[in-house]
Each structure stands twice: as structure tokens, then as C-alpha cells.
Design a binder for this molecule. Structure first.
Ligand SMILES: [Zn+2]
Length: 369
């Protein structure tokens, strides 16, 4: 069976991407090295309705080289794959998951706040304030008012079989998201914003939400092979968006649901003295050291984890004579743990690609770290 290992689309928002965002590419690369007959992808999201971010993609690719990821063939950029995404979205319309309909939406003047009229106001929303049932946009300060117009909406199948989730404790959260997804209708067309356009079967053009474009990424990546397993890696902070991405793939490929796995590691928080990592000083450190720092900071038992303090201190003092052998051993130990993680569920012999070189014992690892 062929394995596709892909990151969730990563936003290219910063000139120097923070080290933490490179966690899912490092995991995809590490799993790719462990699983035979596998292909890994690193997905970049450059589409934006307000500001073109394609210029920042080369910075991200450069950052990937600081964690030993140098193969340009595995980079997939949403803005460069619009025809593939368009084809997938057309399939959704053909099978009736996406529909053109005249319906009530509510929207502010600038269009930043736009949703189906049936959606309840959320008092914690980022872009609008609520006053009872009334909403006001925080950007243009105009009220969010109901209007009837032609839109594109998505209604998912009533029964979506949830994917497998690693770690186990995230399974329930993903299942709750899936229940919400199959119960509700979602607006995907956008009125005022400068979004890439889609021509419906009727011939009418609509701007489509930029997030909806990339949420259709899986169908194209997995196209052409009947026997396929997909492992999609994000963080648990994007469990909702990954659940939507899965639901779209499931809608088009219900028979393949058994072979999709969501891998949702901890989100690494950035406390106190780790500023140098976010400012990009990691770019002066060896790629193997950066990988060791990322993988040894992971937790599969908690939603958030802290940077591995003793390793990051070595970066903080700009240690120039790193012990590469030791760092290599730490990475092997971390890879060995990843192998244990995925083989909890599956036959170890299916996965063991080559022999791992004598990983450190746990006691030795704990002593060093
Ligand atoms: Zn507004």
C-alpha cells in the first residue's frame, strides 16, 4: 500500500518563519524515512484575500533547509495548484455536496464578517462584537445585516465515518467536530473580498473563501491510486480545519475513509527566554540540532508542550562546537519513538524501513537531555 504523508497547509506569513512552524514538516520527513513506499508533501498556503503571500514562499523553503528538508519536489503551494483544486471543487458541485442557492446571509460593509443567516453570533468572535442578536464588524464598524442573494454552500453527507487520530486523546475532539460538520450547512462563496473565482455549472462566477480552496488539497494529492493511506499532520490547534479538510475528502472518497489518519502533536508554546528561536537565530544552528530540538520538545500526552529547555539553552549560548554524533543519536532516539507511536496500531514489520542505528537507551537520553 502506498502512503501519502502530508502536512496541513502552513501559512507563509513571516519573513523568517518561527522554528515551531517547522514541526509538521520535520514529522512528515521523519515518517517518510520510516515508512516504506511513502511519499511526503509539505503544503504551503499562500492564498490570501487581502495580501498576496506567494513572495514569502521562498523564505519558507529556505527555512526548511535549516531542518534538513531540501527536496523541492515535496513542496506543494496552493496558489500554484489552482487548477487541481478547481477540479476537486467541480466534483463537489457535480455530486451535489456544493450547491448554488438563493439564501439569507449576513454581512458587514467590508465583507470581513460574512456568514449564513442561521449561524448564531459567537460572543468570543475575533472580527465582530455582539450586542444581543446584533453584530458589528470590528474592522469597518458597520452592522452585520441579513441579505438574500445567490451563494455557494456546502452540505456534507449525513454520515461521515471519523478518521483515526493520533494521539488517542484527540479522537473525541475530532469526532465532535465531525458531528458538527455533518449537521450544518456552510457558506463558501465570498461577496466583497478579493478571492480567487470559481465558475459554477450555471455559468455564474463566485469568489470562494481562500481557506476553502486549500481545504480541498487531499483529493488531488491522493489521485490515481486505489490502495492508499493518507497521514495528515497538523497540530491539535488546527483540529477543526483538519476535520473540515477530511470531511471534504471523505465526501468524494467515502470508500477510502479507513485509510486516513490525522496526526495531531502538541503545540509548542514559546515562553520566557526562547525569543532567539522565534527571531530566526536557529538559522545559524545545524539542521540536525534544530530537528533534535523540535522532536525532543514534542508531547503526545498533552495539547501544549514547552521547548526542551536544556537543548534550547545550548542554542541560546550559540554553542558553536556541537557534538554532531550526539545530536544524531538524539534524532535516532526520537525517530525510534515515532516508530513506536505509529506501530502501536499496526504491524511493525510493515513500517520498518531499514534498521535504526542503535538508538540511545531512555536512561542515557534522559541524562543528556
Ligand atoms: Zn466589516
Amino acid at each position: 500500500m502506498k502512503h501519502i504523508i502530508t502536512t496541513f497547509p502552513l501559512g507563509t506569513r513571516k519573513i523568517v518563519p518561527p522554528l515551531g512552524i517547522l514541526m509538521s514538516p520535520v514529522l512528515a520527513d521523519a515518517f517518510n524515512k520510516l515508512i516504506p513506499d511513502s511519499q511526503s508533501y509539505i503544503l504551503l498556503n499562500t492564498l490570501d484575500s487581502y495580501q498576496d503571500r506567494i513572495d514569502l514562499a521562498p523564505n519558507f523553503v529556505q527555512a526548511l533547509s535549516t531542518v534538513s528538508i531540501d527536496n523541492p519536489e515535496q513542496i506543494w503551494i496552493d496558489g500554484e495548484n489552482m487548477s487541481q483544486l478547481f477540479t476537486t471543487i467541480k466534483k463537489l458541485e457535480k455530486i451535489g455536496i456544493m450547491k448554488e442557492e438563493s439564501t439569507l446571509v449576513k454581512r458587514c460593509e467590508c465583507g470581513k464578517v460574512e456568514m449564513l443567516n442561521e449561524v448564531e453570533p459567537n460572543p468570543k468572535a475575533r472580527f465582530y462584537s455582539t450586542y444581543g442578536d446584533n453584530m458589528v464588524c470590528k474592522l469597518c464598524e458597520t452592522p452585520v445585516i441579513p441579505l438574500r442573494e445567490d451563494c455557494l454552500t456546502i452540505t456534507y453527507p449525513k454520515t461521515i465515518v471519523p478518521p483515526k487520530v493520533i494521539p488517542d486523546f484527540m479522537q473525541k475532539e475530532v469526532e465532535t467536530h465531525i458531528k458538527h460538520i455533518q449537521k450544518n450547512r456552510f457558506l463558501v462563496s465570498r461577496h466583497n473580498r478579493d478571492c480567487p473565482t470559481y465558475t459554477a455549472i450555471s455559468g455564474k462566477k463566485y469568489g470562494l473563501d481562500v481557506d476553502f480552496w486549500w481545504q480541498n488539497c487531499l483529493d488531488g494529492l491522493a489521485y490515481g491510486s486505489e490502495s492508499m493511506a493518507i497521514h495528515i499532520i497538523g497540530s491539535n490547534h488546527v483540529a477543526w480545519q483538519i476535520s473540515l479538510t477530511y470531511a471534504l475528502y471523505y465526501s468524494l472518497n467515502p470508500e477510502k475513509n479507513n485509510n486516513v489518519e490525522l496526526i495531531l502533536p502538541s503545540y509548542i508554546i514559546n515562553p520566557r527566554n526562547i525569543e532567539n528561536i522565534t527571531k530566526g537565530e536557529y538559522q545559524d544552528i545545524s539542521p540536525e540540532f534544530n530537528r533534535a530540538l523540535l522532536l525532543s520538545s514534542l508531547s503526545w500526552k498533552h495539547k501544549n508542550s514547552d521547548w526542551n529547555q536544556s537543548l534550547s539553552n545550548k542554542i541560546a549560548i550559540k554553542k558553536t562546537h556541537e557534538d554532531q554524533d550526539l545530536i544524531q543519536k538524539i534524532n535516532e532516539y526520537n525517530s525510534f519513538n515515532l516508530l513506536k507511536l505509529i506501530t502501536n496500531r499496526k504491524n511493525i514489520s510493515l513500517y520498518l524501513k531499514g534498521k535504526l542505528n542503535d538508538p540511545l537507551s531512555e536512561q542515557v537520553y534522559n541524562k543528556i537531555i
